[in-house]
Design a binder for this molecule. Structure first.
Ligand code: ROQ
Ligand code: ZN
Length: 324
């Protein structure tokens, strides 16, 4: 990858450990819900041949969700909520197209400023060769991890094909994630769940629930003063690497300029439901449990007041002059 394509951000960062699949330390970190890059898993080795030609030949006739953005950012939003929220401006546009149409969109990017990002959950519309490749993923290893850490079921595998320069802005997910890089390089900037106060997520009822309001490339320190205190940990993942992104850990993912052609990155993620709640809650709560409690309070108040816009006012009445 082209090291000049590494965006400069106003914060120092640590490096995410990069350990072998054979190293016991790898599993100690996962057990502690800490990020780690795991090498030599061969998790998606059978997908190493998934270049655009092979995918064009074998992905089948199905439709794929492709997002377009006239910036390089692809901030996720809940499309149903977006429709109900008149004042909300969609940060990207979602298209449902065939793979050949996606390739056409890719080509057009070279002569417009538009960026595209295919983000499609792998489903049974794909061709038999892709099914074979999928069945040859290292399920033995990943199922052993699922069992060892008590994770819930595999909810989906998202296929991601993005242009170099694409950015998925900082957000957290409520699932465990083995993020497998197939081709190209991605810079992954992670923040631990206890940095919630520095990252100012949108309200839970907002279309951009779970997404930070802070633009890492242009932070508004007046609105988000605590952002100065962030302490990220980061790494660059390349072909064959698997990054464990623990549930509730914030992450921003950036596709780096590749020297190869065409300038795309290909990844597949493995989203698992989290482990069941422990029989006995230990105190103090973990940062993840604290985020979960805050989410539940926001949801409950929005329902009790029958208006998400009234939640802030009620919380201020509870806190100001009383819990400060
Ligand atoms: C979609 C992905 C980011 C990216 O690869 O652009 C992500 O956030 C995740 O796998 O949780
Ligand atoms: Zn994510």
């Amino acid at each position: 990858f082209d090291s000049n394509s590494i965006n400069k951000y106003p914060f120092p960062s640590e490096q995410i450990p990069r350990l072998s699949v054979a190293d016991p330390e790898t599993y100690r970190l996962i057990k502690e819900s800490k990020p780690v890059i795991i090498t030599d898993t061969n998790l998606v080795g059978s997908a190493a041949k998934w270049d655009l030609n092979y995918l064009h030949e074998n992905l089948g006739k199905g439709l794929f969700y492709v997002y377009t953005s006239n910036t390089n950012k692809f901030k996720y939003y809940n499309s149903n909520r977006a429709e109900q929220c008149k004042s909300f401006v969609n940060p990207t546009e979602r298209h449902h197209v065939t793979f050949p149409q996606f390739l056409q969109m890719l080509k057009r990017c070279s002569c417009t400023d538009e960026k595209v990002y295919l983000q499609q959950i792998l489903n049974d519309t794909v061709g038999t060769n892709i099914v074979d490749d999928f069945l040859q993923f290292n399920w033995d290893w990943v199922n052993k991890c699922k069992a060892a850490f008590g994770w819930g079921q595999l909810s989906s595998n998202l296929l991601l094909i993005g242009l170099e320069g694409n950015i998925t802005p900082v957000h957290y997910d409520e699932q465990e994630n083995f993020f497998a890089q197939i081709s190209g390089y991605k810079r992954c900037i992670l923040f631990s769940p206890d940095q919630f106060d520095c990252l100012y997520p949108h309200p839970v009822a907002h279309p951009c629930d779970r997404q930070s309001q802070v633009d890492l490339s242009n932070p508004d320190y007046k609105r988000f003063p605590k952002f100065r205190n962030v302490r990220p940990t980061e790494a660059i993942v390349g072909p064959g690497d698997v990054l464990y992104i623990p549930m509730y850990w914030w992450h921003q993912i950036e596709s780096l300029l590749s020297r190869g052609l065409p300038p795309v990155t290909v990844s597949v993620n493995f989203w698992y439901k989290g482990s069941a709640l422990p029989d006995k809650i230990e105190y103090p709560l973990t940062p993840q449990q604290r985020v979960s409690v805050m989410r539940n309070v926001e949801k409950m108040l929005a329902a009790a007041l029958d208006d998400p816009d009234k939640v802030g006012g009620l919380l201020r009445s509870i806190v100001e002059g009383r819990y400060t």
